[in-house]
Design a protein around this ligand. Sequence first.
Ligand code: OTU
Length: 642
Amino acid sequence: MNQANIHRLVATQLKQKDADALFDLRLAANLPLIQKLFSSLYPDEHHINHFQKLMDLLSRLYASRPSELKKQDLERLDSGNWYQSEKIMGMQLYVEHFNKDLNGLKEKLPYFKDLGVNFLHLMPITTRPKGESDGGYAVNSYLQVDKKYGTKEDLLALTSEFRKEGMYLMLDFVVNHTSNEFSWAKKAMKGDKKYQGYYYTFEDYTIPSEFEKTLPEVFPETSPGSFTYVPEMDRWVMTVFNSYQWDLNYTNPEVFLEMLTNLVKLTDLGVDVVRFDALAFLWKKMGTISQNLPEAHNLVSLFRMCLQVVAPGVILLAEAIVAPTDIIKYFGEDQKMGNECEVAYNASLMALLWNSIATKRTSLLYKSLDHVPPKPVDCTWINYIRCHDDIGLGYENQLIQELGWNPNMHRKFLLDYYCQHLDWSPSKGLMFMYNPKTGDGRITGSAASLLGLEKALELKDDALITESINKIIMMHGIILAFGGIPLIYAGDEIGTLNDYSFRNDNSKKDDSRWVNRPMQDWEIISKLDNGNLPQSKIYHMLQKLINIRKTNPVFADNNSLSLCHTGNDHILVFEKRGNGREGLLVVCNFDENAQVIETGWIKRLGYFAKGDPIDLVSGNKLVMKSGLLEIAPYQLLWLKRD
Ligand code: OTU
């Protein structure tokens, strides 16, 4: 049993006692690990002082945590993992693109309720530079609400309302970098040596040029290289992302202590899940790609264990858009070095689903998912078909090759398919950060535009419109049934198309990810009663599927999931097994033609024990002809075994 679980057990038994005694207990239980992690990162003798500072800090941070949240922490320790429940349904949104500001968002609580959403990821809302700010991922502060969203009081009112309504809130912690306007960066620019040491700054380009030999470029089009010369301080600073995003130097323990304070204060605002942005990049080492280094894992674990002491009801999400075998390590691979994040983005599934849409085949999906090692039982995925970022083509070359495809040509095909280089493709995406040096590129676009709705509406082709709606439903139907937390991007529930207005905005025009961050269309939403609109069909179908998920415990995360091989390369089938006889078979057809599978094996799984099984999606009994099941183009079936 790991540290956190031991603590959970003891805390449960002591729940009658004073909460403060439980803090001491948590500290005692986690101290050996915290010490081990701290000294692995900061081995020098003189860091003893810093460790003492950390101990004092933990007590102070606990003392100032609001009592309501302390109470909630204890309740959560006692009540199982809420984030693994079938009742959780997430949505991601930019507050200013949804309904103006935080108060505007609060007014729309009935909308979320109607759809069944009870988990929100709000994109960054703290202060940021005017002009380009990477959508707020260049932070001027970690805690101060930018006035375009409202005030700190508005945020506190919102989180308090969320608690009453059973709505969970996720906010970002941009842990890898600050903006160049952050107070530390400003002091560094004025020549303050202490704050220059908060970042990776160098007096000339010698060391940066060594680093750049192995550092991959994240934004090669707009921010080539990984260092920026800052004339104000006549020094170079490491900027792995945009030139105005300065990488924090975690080899300096002061940085860790300050960032831990920021993290806990953020959770004190009533945040349930903290999204650790770009956490794969947290530790840099010359001669490496400076991603996923063991020290980055130890650092995440150190944050986690400290949070476990101060705010144990809060969980972490790993935003690691890296290779599948690397993502899973952010759950905390080495239990001796503690837990890391409870939740991670299932970026592999996301990218594979888009591969299946373009190729109309599921072989790479099966092969890749079979390769992903099992996750720890207390951890889970955020399952999503797309987010505010681009869709990267992060497949394993080896597996592409095993299918007889050339990895480079395959990726080129996918970029062509999604980014309007093939006349016959229904997709209307844009290219993001094409790197001519490597041929790499990523894809942007709203779900509906990538899945053909934009083109179908332009062509006024009813058959294509229906086909696109079916694709949108099928893709969401998969993430809804995959366990974990399904996360819809706001607007996708009504098939919102690409938003090209970013091209007229100087601070956005070079970043095509803005095309997939459209405004919420309240006008359309006011017309959802008109069942003939494509938007209405999508909304009502998703609403129905969400409701089915929330009322059937078989959808819960801790039920096992296994892939079923059908022999038909256009079909995806997986099964969820619940308690007792409960089972759910998810069947999807990625082809534009109807496909047939044989059903003997479905019978053997016990789905016909009480007669023909019901498809929860249509509400109909399964229709078969001579032992064969026909699945319509882009059809989604949720077969229930009772
Ligand atoms: C994250 O993504 C955010 O999601 C982005 O919106 C930010 O721009 C970025 O960090 C910087 O704060 O490069 O294209 O895992 O894929 O961390 C998206 C590696 C990004 C990156 C990911 C990053």
